[in-house]
Design a protein around this ligand. Structure first.
Ligand SMILES: Cc1ncc(COP(=O)(O)O)c(C=O)c1O
Length: 400
C-alpha cells in the first residue's frame, strides 16, 4: 500500500514553478538562460513598506494575530474596497491569508462537496483546477478563444452551468493572457449569473492595478450589486505592491463563507505573518504613485514583446489590457522542423526548442488549458526582454 493518499494522484505540481526551477538549474550549470516564466514583478518592494515591517519587528509585533487578519489590516482592506471598487464590507466580511493562493484554497475547501462543479474559463491560472480537484470538486473547463480576446462569452457560460455548479471563477486581468473584462464584458456575464441564483462567483482580482492604456478595471459585485451576497472578491498585495515573498492575500464576501474560510485556516496555518500584515497595512494606506510609474515600464515592455512576436514567422500575439503576461499563438510553427531535424508537434515541443536552442524559458500553453500557445511573463528587466525577443525571432527564423 502506498504511503500517499489517492487524492494526490488527481493533481500535478505547478508547471510554472517547474519552468522557473528548470531555468534556475540551467543557469546554475553555467548556461546563458533568460527566464520568462516567473509571475512576479522584478521591482523591489517600496521602501515605505519595508520600513513598516522593520518598525513592526522593533515594536514587538511578533506574536500570533487573529487567525484571519489583524483589525488594522482588515480596516485598511475595507477602505481599499470602498475607495477602489465602491464596495462596502465590514471587518467580519474580510479574511486575510498567506497569499491570494491560500485564500482561494480556503474558499474551495470550505465550500466544495464531492462532485460539485466549478466553471473555470481557459486559459486559466494553473492552480484553479488542481485546487478544485484537491477539494474533491469537478473542474468544468470552458475554452475562451483568441478572437474573443481570451474572454469568457456569455453564451458559453450559460451552457456550462448545471444544477451541480457551485462556483464560476473569473480572473481579470488574467494570468496567463493579460486579458481584462470591460464593464460591458462583465455585465454580459453577470446578466447570465443573475438568472442562476445557485451559482457563486469567485473573482480573482489579483492584477487589478496592472492595467494599461487607460483601461478601467471592474469587479462583478460592483457591476451587478445583486450578486454581492454570493460573490467572493479575492485580491492581494503580491503583484501591484511587489510583495510576492511577503505572502499576504485577502478576500471579502458573505460572513458565513468568510467564517468557514477562517475555520479551514485555523486548522492549517493560523494567521499570516504578523510582520507581513503590518507591511500590507502600509502598502494599502500609503502612497500609490509608484504603481503608475511601474505600469509605464510594464506597458512599454508589453508593446516591445507583442510587436516583436508579431514579426516572428509562425507566431501571432494578442495585445492584452493588463497583468504582465502575453499569450502568443505558436500554431504557425507546428509541423516545422528545427535545424537538428526535430518536428515541432506541440507547444511543449516549441517551448523545449526555445530553451534548448536559445536559452529562453517560457511556459507551454497546454499547462494553462489552451494550446498551441505559450506564456511569456514580461516582468523582467527590459534589457533581458530585448535579448529574449531577439533570440525568439532567431529561433523562429531557423525553423523550416
Ligand atoms: C491569477 C493569480 N491568482 C492568485 C495568485 C496568487 O498570488 P499570491 O502570490 O498572493 O498567493 C497568482 C500568483 O501568481 C495569480 O497569478
Amino acid at each position: 500500500m502506498s504511503v500517499l493518499a489517492s487524492r494526490l494522484s488527481r493533481i500535478k505540481p505547478s508547471p510554472t514553478i517547474a519552468v522557473t526551477s528548470k531555468a534556475r538549474e540551467l543557469k546554475a550549470a553555467g548556461r546563458d538562460v533568460i527566464g520568462l516564466g516567473a509571475g512576479e514583478p522584478d521591482f523591489d518592494t517600496p521602501d515605505h513598506i519595508k520600513e513598516a515591517a522593520i518598525e513592526a519587528i522593533r515594536a514587538g509585533d511578533t506574536k500570533y494575530t487573529a487567525v484571519d487578519g489583524t483589525p488594522a489590516l482588515k480596516k485598511a482592506i475595507a477602505a481599499k474596497f470602498k475607495r477602489d471598487n465602491d464596495l462596502d464590507y465590514t471587518p467580519e466580511q474580510i479574511t486575510v491569508g498567506t497569499g491570494g493562493k491560500q485564500v482561494l484554497y480556503n474558499a474551495l475547501m470550505a465550500t466544495l462537496d464531492a462532485g460539485d462543479e466549478v466553471i473555470i474559463p481557459a486559459p486559466y491560472w494553473v492552480s484553479y483546477p488542481d485546487m478544485v480537484l484537491l477539494a474533491e470538486g469537478e473542474p468544468v473547463i470552458v475554452p475562451c478563444h483568441q478572437n474573443n480576446g481570451f474572454k469568457l462569452m456569455a453564451e458559453d457560460l450559460e451552457k456550462a452551468i448545471t444544477p451541480k455548479t457551485k462556483w464560476v471563477i473569473l480572473n481579470s486581468p488574467s494570468n496567463p493572457t493579460g486579458s481584462a473584462y470591460s464593464r460591458e464584458d462583465m455585465q454580459a456575464l453577470t446578466d447570465v449569473l443573475k438568472r442562476h441564483p445557485h451559482v457563486w462567483v469567485m473573482t480573482d482580482d489579483m492584477y487589478e492595478k496592472l492595467v494599461y492604456d487607460g483601461f478601467e478595471f471592474c469587479t462583478p459585485a460592483q457591476v451587478e450589486p445583486s450578486l454581492y451576497e454570493r460573490t467572493l472578491t479575492v485580491n492581494g498585495v503580491s503583484k501591484a505592491y511587489c510583495m510576492t515573498g511577503w505572502r499576504i492575500g485577502y478576500a471579502a464576501g458573505p460572513v458565513e463563507l468568510i467564517k468557514a474560510m477562517a475555520k479551514v485556516q485555523s486548522q492549517s496555518t493560523s494567521n499570516p505573518s504578523s510582520i507581513s500584515q503590518a507591511a500590507a497595512v502600509a502598502a494599502l494606506e500609503g502612497p500609490h504613485d509608484f504603481i503608475a510609474s511601474n505600469n509605464e515600464v510594464f506597458k512599454a515592455r508589453r508593446d516591445l514583446v507583442v510587436d516583436t512576436l508579431n514579426s516572428c514567422p509562425g507566431l501571432s500575439c494578442h495585445r492584452p489590457e493588463g497583468a504582465f503576461y502575453v499569450y502568443p499563438s505558436c500554431a504557425g510553427v507546428i509541423g516545422k522542423r528545427t535545424p537538428e531535424g526535430k518536428v515541432i508537434e506541440t507547444d511543449e515541443d516549441f517551448v523545449a526548442y526555445l530553451l534548448e536552442a536559445e536559452g529562453v524559458a517560457v511556459v507551454q500553453g497546454s499547462a494553462f488549458g489552451l494550446a498551441p500557445y505559450f506564456r511569456i511573463s514580461y516582468a523582467t528587466s527590459t534589457e533581458a526582454l530585448e535579448e529574449a525577443c531577439r533570440r525568439i525571432r532567431r529561433a523562429c527564423e531557423a525553423l523550416s
